[in-house]
Design a protein around this ligand. Structure first.
Ligand SMILES: NC(=O)c1ccc[n+]([C@@H]2O[C@H](COP(=O)([O-])OP(=O)(O)OC[C@H]3O[C@@H](n4cnc5c(N)ncnc54)[C@H](OP(=O)(O)O)[C@@H]3O)[C@@H](O)[C@H]2O)c1
Length: 155
């Protein structure tokens, strides 16, 4: 599944013979769909966190930068680690092999207090990427999908 909200999953679970294994959701520091994450966990559905670096938009966030500096890691490392500690499978994207290697070095622990701060953060300004339905709240996991046909994504 991808971008399935609780109501979508409830519909599915009511009628389907198999429980879906995975639901891909927009999850990153600054956009933590807590209720949906808890629901998926309770139903045994693994969440894959797509855009864990907020499509790159969070790289400039001052609070996140300050926290990353305290841990001696990069913002992408902090953000990826955050999604792992939320219990999701993190799906960062980079076209740069060096960054890919660095992004995999996330063997550190974010404190409970800092996790709460990252979860409480609101960082949903995706800049130039805001035009994509998935980043404008129409296909994401925040429960804000309007009534109407499911959004489609440009290739
Ligand atoms: N199911 C869905 O509806 C859905 C929707 C959107 C995305 N996705 C999937 O989720 C995955 C990731 O999504 P995403 O590309 O939107 O966002 P993302 O992983 O949050 O961010 C990718 C951006 O961060 C940059 N970046 C990555 N590592 C970096 C580093 N160490 N330092 C500096 N910049 C870094 C990348 O640039 P460079 O490439 O230049 O390094 C790229 O611009 C993709 O596989 C995508 O297919 C799924």
């Amino acid at each position: 599944m991808s971008n399935f909200l609780r109501s979508d999953l409830e519909d599915l679970l009511e009628h389907a013979e198999a429980v879906p294994h995975v639901n891909q959701l927009l999850v990153h520091a600054g956009n933590t769909p807590r209720e949906l994450l808890d629901f998926c966990e309770a139903k045994g559905i693994r969440v894959q966190a797509y855009s864990p670096i907020a499509h790159g938009a969070i790289l400039e966030n001052p609070e996140v930068n300050a926290m990353a500096e305290r841990y001696g890691v990069s913002v992408p490392q902090l953000c990826i680690r955050c999604t792992l500690q939320l219990g999701t499978v993190s799906l960062p994207k980079t076209a740069n092999p060096e960054r890919m290697r660095a992004n995999a070095q996330v063997n550190f622990e974010i404190s409970a207090e800092d996790m709460a701060a990252l979860e409480g953060l609101e960082a949903r300004d995706y800049g130039e990427h805001s035009a994509f339905p998935v980043f404008s709240g129409k296909g994401g996991s925040g429960g804000r999908r309007p009534v109407g046909p499911r959004p489609t994504f440009a290739p």
